[in-house]
Design a protein around this ligand. Sequence first.
Ligand code: AMP
Length: 493
Amino acid sequence: MTHGSGQSPHRSGPTEKCGVVGVALDDRAAARPLYYSLYALQHRGQESAGIVTHDGFQQHDHVSMGLVGDAFDEADIERLNGESGIGHVRYPTAGSLDKSCAQPFTVSFKSGSLALSHNGNLVNADEIRDELAGLGHAFTSDGDTEVIAHDLARNLLEADLVRAVKRTMSRIHGSYSLTIMHDETVLGVRDPEGNRPLCIGELEDGYVLASESAAIDTLDGDLVRDVEPGELVVLHEDGSGFDSYQLVERENTAHCFFEHVYFARPDSVIDDELVYEVRRELGRQLWDESGIETDVVMPVPDSGRAFASGYAEASQEAGAGTEFAEGLMKNRYVGRTFIMPTQDERERAVRLKLNPIKSTVEGKTVTLIDDSIVRGTTSTQLVALLKDCGAEEVHMRIGAPPIVAPCYMGIDMATREELIAANQDVDDIRDAIEADSLSYLSIDAVAKALSRSRADLCLGCVTGEYPYDIDGEATDREVERPVIEGADLAADD
Ligand code: AMP
């Protein structure tokens, strides 16, 4: 879902960078495994958490603002009866602390009940909402998840589950990894471009769908595989297996590279790649492309760690005497600085969050490694901090290309005006952050580390060209945006 960045050409709604999960078990309540999986996916969203279960007769739900640990107490879990269910954690965005956008979203209609958890962002939600509103559907939020729910509910009046999902997929355009519960049946759907992750896991007594495999590990399950782009997975109600329907096929995918660079947990496997290994490989590529010999190389914790370890390893293999050092300590009780509403607060928060170990940097030349630069707040603060601590030189190396354009596909990035690389070249940015040198990774190195061609990645934030048809933005491929207003009803089932 999108939120009013002031930049987006779309009606504002909350930006969704979320975690989704779904579970179907044999003879065991689904609520507790769902709760644990949401804990494992907490990094994907801290604003609200919710679970909806179905006991064969009716739905039970508990959706609350806050972290998973605060959103549920024992009594809430006990009340969530049923052996199947779905869950959601939602990412916070300044100004959108609004319960109407918390998920899973639920709706009852003539042929049953639906609950939906969505990670991603539709770019044509307004068109579909307008059409459905004209047909009498009443909307309670401005979010795109509700649009998917209403569209699916309407299609379910005329078609079976698989056809109804296919019809909805033919109408919605954008990124979506969904877990859905129709009565007690749990489904998973991944958009035809595979933009956001979704995977299937096997438990002793059932199956699970989750944004990331770390959630499956937490339940002592085994990762079966990723849900394929354009695939619908239907979990058997008795936990005995799942059915797969490849509903839409595209020549190319558009996997979000930033999931691997920043967003996902390093211990998750996404699209067959362990995120930790991808980050280490990105670090190695960074050394190959722009390595510089300094006394120490240190990560910006936590996200820079795997990059710095790969970078340091490659530098040592190349005979450079660069020592890996953890020179910045992180206060783990400070939340994400990124979402602080003002620049002043963001700067203070970086200082609250990270503190250098003086003896590691004093009198040394330092290479500082981070996964990305967005507004430039973190790097500016850290370069100054390390110099204050006596670093002789500070060289920044970044494990991603410059972020030059906003993300419309579900990662809360900042607006074009706020992005430091949107209108400045690397030399200007180096001057702005006062580093002795600055290098980013190339797009080709990212594709190489991910073992994919550029044509199979969503690179919108680093190229300004998107794999979806977004109003006012360029595309990087032939994209067909569905024509709304009746045309879908004639869609080929
Ligand atoms: P900035 O300080 O604005 O340049 O942001 C860069 C820092 O924020 C880096 O340390 C990244 O690890 C982190 N970061 C990058 N993207 C995001 C995001 N979408 N949400 C929160 N933090 C991010």
